[in-house]
Design a protein around this ligand. Structure first.
Ligand code: ATP
Ligand code: MG
Length: 284
């Protein structure tokens, strides 16, 4: 019994997807990439597809699970469930207008021609807003549509916004916040569900470790209370005596986000010889 996972064969999600599987300890040969590759050490096979085809493939059960952008899942309206948000491939789907065009709200889009590769999401949004506009479907280079007179507005993927700026566009409505998600077929057998559960457990351990650091430091005993007051460890920090009289070693786990701020306060409180180590997995 193998769990078949559909992933993007090349493109923006491929690298992070393969990296995540590797971190989860799943070996997939990448030397000669064929459409379907079995893992050597996990009951899983990987099906490499264009991202457009992933939602339907999972809905049909040709693949059991898949990793795809939420935008693609919503666009295809495929009958598959989201089992995990994966925290990479972040972007948003937005409506943008030529910079000089006045805009005071969605109603201004009535009767306008909007170019997009995501007609389903756009249609649903406009319907929900009660706005009638003319949706013009194009598959690539949506951002140049207004510049060449093809449309009055665009609806497209935005990440940094620099593409919009360089095409003289201004983002006016964010319709969908997207990231890569793991999706699953709705009728998985108990055996396949068990493999998926193991996969999700491993991915969870990798993801919880990703933004954490293991921090060690030495401090005089009398500084201990001041240092502990600064530390927001996962549970309580480990404190061990050092061979040198009156000194101890403190170990804890810190969020990378609050890291620099806390390091400064630890030093001020008397910590010395601070070591910061990456954490590979965190089993919660
Ligand atoms: P395929 O050949 O598989 O159809 P594609 O060209 O449709 O690939 P990519 O450009 O590789 O798709 O993007 C895949 C996904 O990456 C998008 O659907 C989206 O979820 C996500 N993504 C994240 N940032 C961006 C970005 N700046 N531009 C486009 N997609 C992004
Ligand atoms: Mg695609």
């Amino acid at each position: 019994m193998k769990l078949r996972i559909a992933v993007q064969s090349k493109g923006r999600l491929n690298e992070d997807t393969m990296h995540l599987l590797a971190e989860a300890g799943i070996k997939v040969g990448t030397s000669k990439r064929t459409l379907l590759v079995s893992s050597k050490n996990f009951p899983m096979e990987v099906l490499f597809l264009r991202d457009d085809d992933i939602p339907q493939t999972v809905a049909d059960g040709v693949a059991d699970v898949g990793i795809v952008g939420l935008n693609e899942l919503r666009e295809k309206e495929a009958d598959a469930r989201i089992v995990k948000n994966l925290g990479f491939g972040g972007c948003r789907l937005s409506i943008a207008l030529p910079k000089e065009q006045p805009y005071s709200g969605v109603a201004d889009l009535a009767g306008r021609k909007i170019a997009t590769s995501y007609p389903v999401i756009l249609r649903n949004y406009l319907e929900q807003q009660g706005v009638q506009a003319d949706i013009h479907v194009i598959t690539g280079s949506v951002e140049i549509s207004t510049g060449i007179g093809l449309a009055d507005a665009i609806f497209d993927i935005v990440s940094s916004g620099s593409t919009l700026v360089s095409n003289n566009l201004r983002e006016v409505e964010t319709v969908l916040e997207s990231e890569a998600v793991m999706i699953a077929n709705n009728g998985l057998s108990p055996e396949k569900q068990a493999i998926l559960d193991e996969l999700l457990f491993r991915i969870g351990s990798v993801m919880s470790a990703a933004d954490k650091k293991y921090v060690l430091m030495n401090a005089p005993r009398e500084s201990l209370d001041a240092i502990l007051a600064v530390l927001p460890g996962i549970k309580s920090p480990t404190v061990m005596p050092l061979a040198q009289e009156g000194w101890c070693s403190i170990h804890t786990v810190l969020d990378e986000a609050c890291f620099w701020e806390i390091i400064g306060r630890l030093k001020a409180a008397g910590a010395e010889g601070i070591l910061v180590l990456p954490i590979e997995k965190m089993i919660l």
